[in-house]
Design a protein around this ligand. Structure first.
Ligand code: ADP
Length: 550
């Protein structure tokens, strides 16, 4: 049985085609003449069927000019390729208004059996809503992101703000502390200022008091500025020297008032003070330039430094010591006189003892010989002491004369060493001289120096032992050394040993008056020589003196 199939007419097919929901059109030729377009396509284009059928695409939809679609059609027609796209924007004029729509589209060439394109099947789906929604979603997402970012930023900002507030608070606290510290500082400053003011007042008060005291104690002051060497003295000094009170004191006038014998001493003390910063303490006679009255003065001086420790001035006190000095001179005269008076009977006694010794020797009276020997030693000791006092008194009154003559040093020293050796047997004295020396000096006084040094070496080596005397001559200098191995002398005492009446503390059990070394030094200096000591406590001492060989 054969079924009869009802065929649709072309019109019927076209009607069906017209109502298919997918927008479809068929184009022919390069310019995409619109052969047929269904309702859906016409609705996309916003045109009536009559307005588009049998017209080129550009003619039907002039708004497509400048958009890529007309060219695409050309290529589909000419090259036989398919173009498709999704979410592709196209600007179409609907009801006279140009609007952007989005399409998923395809331009497909429909070819005959020979492969030639006979038409282009154009399908399109309007996806504008989808795209717009997507855009909206994207926008919303972006906005959300932006919002989030903003929120994040806001949070960060808030955190930063908080931090800022915290640091602000800290800053405020610090500011407060600073203000407090500043206040404290200014309080401290005030306190300091008032203390300094107090101290300055105290200082100026005490300076005034000091000046008053100086004035009351009959003292004057003097000063030499370290930089300018400008000399100024107080009124007391001017009065004492007989200088005009209303004028500055002149160096020339001051020197005129000082006894000429002391000019060298005074100038040397000032020079040493300013150059070597050595303190000075000197006594000298002056003659008042107005009245002619002679007085003794004592001037002390020392260097003073400024706040940077730089020497600012050499200054000190100036005292009238006439009374004390005259008293001393009287005492000296008395000692000199007594010593002189004692010398005569002592010389006589010495003579008698020697005569008796001679007699006792002859009669072989050993007891008398020994007793008289001891008496002789004591007389020698006493003579030495009396000579010492006599010499000091002469020295003080400027009467110690150096009487020079030529003599052989070795002979003199040998005599003294022998004498000293005879006086005691506890020590062994060794004497050595490197060559014969003829000295032009005061024989007795140089002898006194050596015997003083030997006596001290014996006295201050209580355990006995050796005493080495050594004399060498180098060029025109003679240097002698007296070395002992006794108690020695501490460094701080060494520099004062040659001062008058100086005795080292703690040696009180050993008799003495502290004048021996003073005399030695004066005698050696009187010969333009030098005297010095080198000693170590417990190990012994070496006393040296040097003399020029004229
Ligand atoms: P003194 O009569 O006291 O001996 P000096 O002027 O001769 O007087 O000596 C002064 C001081 O020096 C002494 O008191 C003594 O302390 C010290 N001295 C002198 N010579 C020696 C010496 N060889 N060893 C140790 N000390 C000495």
């Amino acid at each position: 049985m054969q079924l009869s199939i009802p065929y649709l007419t072309t019109e019927q097919i076209i009607d069906v085609f017209n109502v298919t929901p997918t927008a479809t059109a068929i184009h022919v030729g390069e310019d995409a003449f619109i052969q047929i377009a269904n309702d859906a396509m016409l609705s996309i284009w916003g045109k009536s069927r009559d307005a588009v059928i049998n017209r080129s695409l550009e003619d039907a939809l002039p708004e497509l000019k400048g958009q890529p679609f007309i060219d695409m059609f050309k290529r589909v027609w000419n090259e036989g390729i398919t173009f498709s796209g999704s979410d592709t924007p196209a600007d179409l004029k609907i009801d006279g208004i140009l609007k952007t729509f989005y399409f998923d589209f395809e331009y497909r060439p429909i070819k005959n059996t020979e492969g030639k394109t006979i038409c282009i099947l154009h399908t399109a789906v309007d996806v504008t809503d989808r795209v717009v929604n997507k855009e909206k979603l994207k926008d919303a997402a972006e906005k959300e992101l932006a919002l989030r970012r903003e929120q994040g930023l806001n949070e960060e900002l808030a955190a930063t703000n908080e931090e800022l507030a915290a640091s602000n608070e800290q800053l405020m606290i610090m500011n407060e502390e600073l203000a407090y510290a500043r206040e404290n500082l200014s309080l401290l400053n005030n306190e300091l200022e008032s203390r300094v003011a107090e101290r300055v007042k105290e200082l100026s008060d005490s300076e005034e008091r000091l000046l008053q005291a100086i004035d009351t104690a009959k003292m004057g002051t003097w000063r030499i500025e370290a930089e300018t060497l400008h000399l100024s003295v107080s009124d007391f000094v001017k009065e004492l020297l007989g200088l005009p009170l209303d004028k500055e004191a002149e160096v020339k006038q001051i020197l005129e008032a000082i006894h000429p014998d002391y000019h060298g001493t005074v100038l040397k003390a000032i020079e040493k003070g300013l150059q070597n910063h050595e303190p000075s303490d000197i006594e000298y006679p002056i003659r008042n330039l107005k009245t002619g009255a002679v007085k003794w003065v004592k001037a002390t001086g020392r260097i003073f430094t400024d706040h940077e420790d730089k020497p600012s001035e050499y200054s000190g006190l100036f005292m009238d010591i006439t009374e004390r000095k005259l008293e001393e001179l009287r005492k000296n005269d008395f000692i000199g006189m007594v010593s002189h008076e004692l010398k005569t009977p002592l010389t006589a006694l010495n003579g008698f003892v020697q005569v008796l010794q001679h007699k006792a020797d002859k009669s072989e009276d050993s007891f008398s010989t020994s007793a008289l020997g001891k008496a002789y030693n004591q007389i020698k000791k006493m003579t030495g002491m009396i000579n010492g006092f006599l010499n000091v008194s002469r020295l003080e009154s400027g009467k110690l004369q150096i009487e020079k003559k030529n003599f052989d040093l070795e002979t003199l020293f040998a005599e003294i060493v022998e004498d000293a050796g005879m006086l005691q047997s506890s020590h062994k004295i060794h004497f050595h001289i490197d060559k014969q020396v003829q000295l032009h000096a005061d024989r007795d006084k140089i002898g006194n120096v050596l015997s003083n040094l030997i006596n001290n070496a014996i006295k201050y080596s209580p355990g006995g032992g050796n005493i080495d005397i050594n004399c060498t001559s180098v060029n025109d200098q003679l240097v002698c050394r007296v070395k002992d191995y006794g108690i020695g002398i501490r460094a701080e005492d060494q520099e004062k040993l040659f001062d008058r009446y100086y005795r080292v503390e703690g040696n009180d059990t050993i008799s003495g008056f502290g004048i021996g070394l003073y005399l030695c030094a004066e005698i050696i200096r009187g010969h333009r020589g030098n005297i010095w000591v080198d000693s170590e406590p417990g190990k012994g001492s070496s006393f040296y003196f040097s003399l020029p060989i004229d």
